[in-house]
Design a protein around this ligand. Structure first.
Ligand SMILES: *Cc1c(COP(=O)(O)O)cnc(C)c1O
Length: 379
């Protein structure tokens, strides 16, 4: 018996150590019920009414993530997009938000399209420069600064602590899409963010078999209550089976991410010396523009994502992706299998992504297998 505070690795592996009181089961059950029995006096003494508002299956994943992020509460959503957009929908038309120029493209598209026509004023700036964020802030009107770090698909790093100071001074909230960093590497709330968002479809679940999103808050305040209302009223809830898979995936998060970080670091250093590679985008390389900020806010690794610029341009990049045998050509990231993707052709003509760029999501295969396949494909 020890009172030593449990390490995050322990909390994750045991999903907080649940043991079912009635059966002794170590693994939480899946509650499929959509509704809950009402008492004879029309009350709900057990606290639950209807499963759009609440399902006990959510607790294992949500509570584990709250502890890993050091927050006050977590909500599970039906996708990362549902989680991210709930933060913006909790604002009001007329509010101003600052978001990254380089970010997850579907959310960027939603901000420029739906959110703008709904009435948000949206400025996209270079969030790898805190000064650019400070210059974009409109005192009294900016309600939210949104960051993604490292950011898709160039893996630019935003300095969370520096931008948290800017947000606090401006009276704005700071939300961070930490999908790629995961709580293994970065804890945005400890650096001053108010909300951390994940596409749990990626590393948190980790097996490419669940679409889910999460928000974790530093404090239960009015804004969090508005986000909860968006979730319950719009109904973008996670299904119980997906919530159960998510708690299962979270248990191996640390082992997966650390393995992926080690393989990615090895591949990045070798790719940087490859004659067919014109550039490696990865915050772990000492000459990367985000390296200093990454060293400050990423502990124990720089993530499992990197991109390469292929010498020879678009055609050479597409031909390289066509030749791989161990890597799989597919979108998404953060799963156990390694994926390679030509981003510009997925994002379409309005994409700011260079057309010689291949995005790599490093999985759990042997790193030498990945290297041999990729270097042969590069030619
Ligand atoms: C995938 C992703 C999202 C969107 O999440 P979905 O679960 O696909 O809706 C948001 N941000 C980042 C960084 C992502 O990689």
């Amino acid at each position: 018996m020890t009172d030593r505070p449990r390490a995050p690795e322990t909390l994750a592996a045991q999903a907080l150590g649940h043991v079912d009181g009635a059966t002794g089961a170590l693994i939480p059950p899946i509650h499929a019920s959509t509704t809950y029995a009402r008492d004879a006096d029309l009350g709900y003494a057990r606290g639950r009414v209807y499963a759009r508002a609440d399902n006990p299956t959510f607790a294992a994943a949500a509570d584990t993530l709250t502890r890993l992020e050091g927050g006050a509460a977590t909500l599970l959503f039906s996708s990362g997009m549902a989680a991210a957009t709930a933060v913006f929908l909790a604002l009001s038309p007329g509010d101003h938000v600052v978001a990254p120029r380089v970010m997850y493209w579907a959310l960027r598209g939603w901000l420029l399209d739906f959110a703008t026509s709904w009435g948000l004023a949206v400025d996209l700036v270079d969030t790898s420069e805190p000064a650019a964020v400070a210059a974009a802030v409109r005192p009294g009107q900016t309600r939210l600064i949104w960051l993604e770090t490292p950011a898709n698909p160039t893996w630019e790093v935003a300095d969370i602590a520096a931008i948290a100071d800017i947000a606090r001074t401006a009276g704005a909230r700071l939300a961070v899409d930490s999908t790629v960093a995961t709580p293994v590497l970065t804890r945005p709330l400890a650096l001053g963010a108010d909300i951390v968002m994940h596409s749990a479809s990626k590393y948190l679940n980790g097996h490419s078999d669940v679409i889910a999103g999460t928000l974790t808050t530093a404090q239960r305040d009015d804004f969090w209550a508005r986000i909860e209302a968006v979730l319950r009223q719009n109904g973008a809830i996670l299904g119980p089976f997906e919530a159960w898979l998510l708690q299962r995936g979270l248990r191996t998060l640390f082992a997966r991410v650390r393995w992926q970080c080690a393989s990615t670091a090895l591949l990045a250093s070798r790719l940087a010396a490859h004659p067919k590679v014109a550039g490696v985008l990865y915050p772990g390389l000492p000459d990367s523009p985000g390296h200093a900020a990454a060293l400050r806010q990423m502990q124990g690794g720089f993530g499992g994502m990197l991109s390469i610029r292929v010498a020879g341009g678009r055609e050479a990049a597409i031909a390289t992706a066509a030749r791989v045998r161990v890597w799989t050509r597919a979108t998404s990231l953060g799963g156990v299998e390694s994926l390679i993707e030509h981003r510009a052709s997925i994002e379409g003509p309005t994409s700011p992504v260079p057309d010689d760029l291949l995005r790599l999501s490093v999985g759990l295969e042997d790193a030498e297998d990945l290297w041999a396949d990729l270097s042969a494909a590069l030619g």
